[in-house]
Design a protein around this ligand. Structure first.
Ligand SMILES: O=C(O)CCC(=O)C(=O)O
Length: 362
């Protein structure tokens, strides 16, 4: 199919030679039943162990007890241990906790009832698990961002997104705000907008940090994902927050995100969930799911335990978005920040930005 020049610059990054003739033809992620069953058992078990305790030392003790008991298939035991140990191996906070504490005061976020969010926004976050903060980026800024992203995708080509994940049919970039592409601060808004940080504070409390920023652009005909949450198993207390900055309008047909309102409260991960005893079909729609539509420049923020996924872009255009991912200050980050950090960009960050990024002064 003939595509616009803007789309053709994304083909290498999306690992495709051309966009399909039929943009509605499904491209599902098929997982072999035995792999899916093992995965389901791993995630179910991790969820049970995590929820059996209220803090990390007790979770670690529960994990050790489970491993020592050795009950269950070895691949399940090993899978659970690998999954949980990534978080339970000790604090990964670089800065003294007083730095994020200082930032919280600077941002006016100390009081949980601070005026940066409305009471209704807080209610939406609590009850539905997400809020659309509306357009926060001006049109000319947004246009400059589009050019920056398109150029970076063309420059990184089939290497783009490698630091976190690459996806067939989706143009991805990792660590956008800490790389050289952000030397002039054009992209700072993605991780430091005060309204976004107010949502992060509302969900995670006052001790949090940047985990990664992933640019995510489903190409025409692609973009469907398995329903998932942005945390590896079910948890009854929030660990992560994600934001989706809409760089293009999200419409019914260009692959808007699907979300399952209220699912952040289920303390269950789709991969560890069963329907009539069988592992859930992650490609299928979930009862109650909704699509997130909105204007370019809007910031949609969600509790990362919310069930959600990308959907197929059935339009002939790009659907550009930027994710900004946050975690608790002592947790590991999704991306190795120091490995990707550009020295010039680092030197430009001020104390407040470094506190959010958990970065020492250069
Ligand atoms: O950008 C989207 O629509 C959602 C993408 C997503 O959930 C993911 O990449 O994990």
């Amino acid at each position: 199919m003939a595509v616009e020049a803007a789309v053709s610059r994304y083909l290498a990054a999306g690992h495709i030679d051309e966009v399909p003739d039929d943009l509605a033809e499904p491209h599902l992620n098929v997982i072999a039943p035995e792999v899916r069953e093992t995965r389901c058992r791993v995630v179910e078990t991790a969820t049970r162990l995590w929820r059996s305790a209220g803090d990390d030392p007790a979770r670690l003790a529960a994990l050790r007890g489970f491993v020592e008991a050795g009950e269950g298939p070895p691949d399940v035991i090993e899978g659970v241990e690998t999954l949980l140990m990534r978080l339970l191996a000790g604090s990964r906070q670089r800065l003294a906790p007083t730095e994020i504490d200082w930032a919280i005061d600077e941002l006016g976020l100390r009081d949980p009832q601070n005026p940066i969010l409305t009471a209704d926004e807080r209610r939406q976050i609590d009850e539905r698990g997400y809020v659309n903060l509306g357009p926060l980026i001006e049109a000319d800024h947004l246009e400059a961002i589009r050019h920056r992203m398109d150029d970076a995708i063309a420059a990184e080509g089939d290497q783009s997104g490698r630091e976190v994940s690459q996806m067939h049919g989706i143009g991805r970039l990792s660590g956008t705000v800490i790389k050289s592409m952000n030397r002039d601060g054009l992209l700072d808004v993605f991780f430091s907008h005060p309204r976004l940080l107010a949502v992060v504070r509302h969900i995670l409390g006052t001790s949090f940090k940047y985990s990664s920023t992933n640019y995510h652009c489903p190409l025409p005909g692609y973009g469907h994902q398995n329903v998932h949450a942005d945390f590896g198993w079910g948890a009854d207390t929030p660990e992560n927050v994600n934001a989706i900055w809409l760089i293009d309008d999200f419409t019914e047909d260009n692959g808007p995100t699907r979300v399952v309102p209220g699912s952040h409260r289920w303390a269950e991960h789709p991969s560890g969930s069963r329907v009539d005893g069988a592992p859930r079909d992650l490609n299928a729609s979930v009862p109650g799911e909704q699509r997130v539509l909105g204007k370019a420049g809007s910031c949609f923020v969600y509790n990362a335990h919310l069930w959600h996924s990308g959907t197929q872009n059935r339009s002939s255009k790009l659907r550009r978005a930027q994710h900004a991912f946050f975690t608790r200050a002592h947790r590991p980050t999704q991306m190795d920040v120091l490995a990707a950090l550009d020295a010039v960009t680092h030197a430009r960050f001020d104390r407040l930005q470094r506190a959010i990024l958990d970065l020492p002064a250069p």
